[in-house]
Write a protein that binds this ligand. Structure first.
Ligand code: ZN
Length: 497
């Protein structure tokens, strides 16, 4: 998941837990008997011979972290191409788009407090931060009270000039529910007001970094920005209460401009209406402190495991299954944005988009992003998913722009996000701890099965899964899930269309 998940954790966790509804008792499914037979076989393939865990191991341990455009990312695209081809999928190909800048750390970041006493700080470069100048940056720390308000920032102009600005969870929450783009703009405003550098206090304990704050369109951040965990952040806040604090830090990053990035596409042609398709998507890129085993090795490996299990059926569904592995998700959903834009003419034939990007905990069901009609449309398959503990439907909307479904959703395509447990996700994603040892084979296998069964059931339906919404209907949907301001802001910036 991407940027909106960098907002306060409490949003996500509380709301996800309170959302959703379980069926009190199961009724027989209304799916046709031949579809049910295929699903039974597919479930057997996925649960007993599913390869998601092995795919994730190969990706996370075998290839490693996959920053968009890095050598490892390219390796991952080669691997995905080879695996889809080996499975016998058709039209396995790359579709490229251009990112304004790729970014990779060249040195380990170093930082320390100079005044009131000398002490090492545990910090790294923030993702997509420019390098510090030769010799590093040095300055007095100013804690920014409110990143959400340009007006409030202007009031502190004197204190910001020449300072290293500390942004922590308090700074990010003070303005309330402001669009993410406003926060990004306000970050750039700090540069205009003469700040020397920024420290993003990530709130992660054990002084671990949690990168990704601030980047959203593949451009570099305006200022050298360090990322720092909770303990050092809290220390700086306490020291600032007693008097001035001076720090210094340095790191070097490698940046290349206008780099071509590949999405990977592969299809299982439908047996009756191949023109119509269900899109199974996940992002192949990851952040670098860990190996992206959860975010989003689990989504990538789910897509491959579904492809493997459906191929093993030798009975494709009526419609085509189209698998798309996106790049640039972590820099602002760039790969899926490019894909939806390039394929906008054929989205009318896209029956549904199923995205997996919330980690590998046990599946609970599907997130429908506030669409009540999708809840109804899922009812026939929901009955069958009950046996996997995944009959839940959540209309939690805060994740609407947090992963690759966003660009399809705003074009009215029925879009679903796999709903999984979320207990460990926030402690792992974007951090050094996002590694394969955290992936539980059973949970990942179950999640992949939910995606495979749902995709097959939708693709095998006689009629279409659900209506494509008009723009006014999408606006209504956004209002209902309280994401209209965010939607409008992104639309006004030309970011979604
Ligand atoms: Zn992700």
């Amino acid at each position: 998941m991407s940027f909106l998940f960098k907002m306060p954790l409490t949003f996500t966790i509380l709301a996800v837990v309170s959302a959703g509804e379980l069926l009190a008792q199961s009724a027989p499914t209304s799916l046709p008997p031949e579809t049910v037979t295929a699903l039974q076989q597919l479930a057997g393939n996925m649960l007993l011979s599913g390869q998601a865990y092995e795919y994730d191991r190969q990706l996370a341990d075998g290839i490693g972290p996959r920053l968009t455009g890095s050598a490892n990312y390219v390796k991952a695209t080669d691997w995905a191409m080879a695996e889809f081809t080996k499975l016998g999928l058709k039209n396995v190909h790359r579709e490229s788009w251009t990112i304004p800048a790729t970014w990779e750390p060249e040195t380990v970041g170093t930082g320390r407090i100079l005044e009131p006493h000398e002490q090492r700080l545990h910090m790294e470069s923030e993702g997509w931060s420019p390098s510090t100048p030769e010799g590093g940056v040095k300055g007095e720390v100013f804690h920014l009270p409110n990143l959400g308000s340009a007006e409030a920032i202007h009031k502190d102009a004197d204190k910001i000039k020449g300072a290293i600005v500390l942004i922590d969870s308090e700074s990010r929450q003070a303005g309330g529910d402001v669009p993410y783009g406003t926060m990004v703009d306000n970050g750039s405003l700090l540069a205009k007001l003469g700040a020397v550098a920024v420290i993003n206090g990530s709130g992660t304990t054990q002084n671990a970094v949690s990168v990704g704050g601030g980047v959203w369109d593949g451009h570099l951040l305006a200022l050298p920005t360090a990322n720092m965990g909770a303990e050092d952040t809290l220390l700086l806040r306490r020291l600032l209460k007693a008097g001035p604090v001076t720090v210094e830090f340095s790191f070097k990053n490698r940046v290349r401009e206008n780099v071509k990035i590949d999405n990977i596409v592969a299809v299982i042609p439908g047996r009756e209406v191949p023109k119509e398709f269900v899109l199974i998507g996940a992002h192949l890129d990851s952040w670098h402190p860990g190996t992206g085993a959860q975010d989003n090795g689990t989504g990538t490996s789910t897509a491959l495991a579904v492809a493997q299990a459906v191929m093993a059926l030798h009975a494709p569904p009526r419609r085509t299954l189209r698998f798309v592995l996106f790049g640039g998700e972590e820099e602002g959903l760039l790969g899926s944005h490019a894909y939806a834009r390039a394929h906008s003419d054929e989205l009318k034939d896209c029956d549904a988009v199923l995205v997996t990007d919330s980690g590998g905990e046990a599946p609970r069901g599907w997130m429908t992003l506030g669409r009540a009609d999708l809840k109804e449309a899922l009812a026939p398959i929901q009955v069958l998913l009950g046996g996997l503990g995944a009959e839940g439907i959540s209309d939690y909307g805060r994740i609407a722009f947090s992963s690759d479904q966003a660009d399809f959703m705003v074009r009215g395509v029925p879009s679903l996000v796999l709903w999984t447990g979320f207990d460990k996700y926030m402690a792992l994603h974007h951090k050094p701890s996002d590694t394969f040892d955290k992936v539980v084979q059973k949970d990942l296998t179950l999640g992949a099965a939910v995606v495979g069964l749902t995709a097959y059931a939708i693709a095998d339906e006689q009629g279409s899964f659900a209506a494509h919404l008009t723009t006014p209907q999408v606006e209504e949907q956004m209002k209902q899930i309280k994401m209209f301001e965010e939607y409008k802001d992104m639309r006004d910036r030309g970011f979604l269309f």
